[in-house]
Design a protein around this ligand. Structure first.
Ligand code: NAP
Length: 317
């Protein structure tokens, strides 16, 4: 819940953070320790992508690995300990043309802030098929962690050739009898360790040079029509699940026309976390399409909070 009378046009917050993933929560820890009393707005996917993942093996400090949701929960508690305030809701509008900046939050509310840290992350990309959309939640999924359990003893397809596809496919073999990875090329983009793990997994087979043409089924997924790009041959694979793991797009729509975005919609940052609007900072996957790791998101969250703090200090003196 929101406290205090802060956040009005007359009495704006010092800093509002949009997004509750690794970047947003790290920004909150730093801003709170800097005594800025940050308000963090959760966003439509609380906890961000880490909350949808299982084993995190590469976050420093956890030699045995840690579950994504547990890591997020620890960060949340750490930020709360120093006075971060949380608001459940999603920013659906922003006016960054004058200060204090005005944010429209759903459920309906307006919040004013002197500085803004955007850590809205990125969301799963879809194939763009009408049938995929229709059967989303009825056999089509973008989250193995969330839905894998429902496919115990079934056969499924994972689309993609990056680390996400490898991770999802391997995870899904805990439940499914057989997982087929459908990839549009003849080599994986994924890192060597993930590739090797996948190729060694006896429950996983690969359909190389293949794309999904259609998801078949009236109410639930019954089969997938695929096309081999080398031969042009169409075939149907009988499966009950389709997991799409083909990357992400940045959640920056409400900032279009207000701050500089690149062609793919990622926020352009100038010198660490600064955006094209003074007082607006960006961190994590909404501004990083290269590294996209939990640890780099955390690092950029720290940078954004320090930049916001310095910005406010400079303004006060
Ligand atoms: P990614 O690396 O961008 O890979 C996306 C994959 O999907 C690529 O193989 C791409 O094919 C394919 N693809 C894209 N659009 C497609 C379409 N319309 N139809 C069919 N296939 C399509 O995305 P990601 O796997 O989500 O990984 C993103 C970042 O997170 C990477 O930096 C990755 O290292 C990191 N990550 C790390 C871990 C880990 O370390 N445990 C786990 C997950 C993700 P092409 O190869 O032909 O382009």
């Amino acid at each position: 819940m929101k406290q205090s009378g802060l956040g009005t046009a007359a009495n704006p917050q010092s800093v509002v953070i949009l997004g509750s993933g690794c970047a947003g929560l790290t920004a909150a820890i730093y801003a709170a320790r800097g005594n800025l009393k940050p308000l963090l707005i959760d966003g439509h996917e609380a906890g961000g992508q880490l909350s949808l993942t299982t084993d995190v093996e590469n976050f420093p400090g956890f030699p045995e690995g840690i579950q994504g949701p547990e890591l997020i929960e620890k960060m949340r508690r750490q930020a709360a300990r120093f006075g971060t305030e949380y608001l459940h809701g999603e920013a659906v509008g922003a006016d960054l043309s004058r200060r204090p900046f005005r944010l429209t939050i759903n459920p309906h509310r307006e919040i004013f802030t002197r500085t803004l840290i955007i850590a809205t992350g990125a969301s799963a990309r879809m194939l763009g098929l009408a049938s995929e959309k229709r059967l989303l939640g009825h056999g089509v999924s973008t989250c193995a962690t969330c839905d894998g359990f429902f496919f115990r003893g079934r056969e499924i397809i994972v689309v993609g050739g990056g680390d996400s596809a490898m991770e999802e496919a391997n995870f899904l073999t805990k439940f499914a009898d057989k997982v087929t990875i459908v990839h549009r090329r003849d080599t994986f983009r994924a890192s060597k360790i993930m590739r090797d793990r996948t190729l060694k997994n006896p429950k996983i087979s690969i359909a190389w040079d293949t794309v999904v043409e259609e998801v078949l089924g009236a109410d639930v997924v019954k089969a997938i029509r695929v096309k081999n790009l080398r031969t042009g041959k169409l075939s149907e694979i009988k499966v009950e699940g389709l997991f799409i793991a083909i990357g992400h797009h940045p959640n920056t729509k409400i900032f279009e026309g207000q701050i500089e975005l690149d062609k793919a919609g990622y926020i352009v940052t100038h010198g660490n976390s600064k955006t094209s609007v003074p007082g607006v900072f960006a961190a994590g996957d909404c501004q990083d399409h290269v590294y996209r790791q939990a640890v780099t998101a955390a690092g950029s969250g720290c940078t954004a909070a320090m930049d916001a703090e310095r910005f406010l200090e400079a303004e006060e003196h």
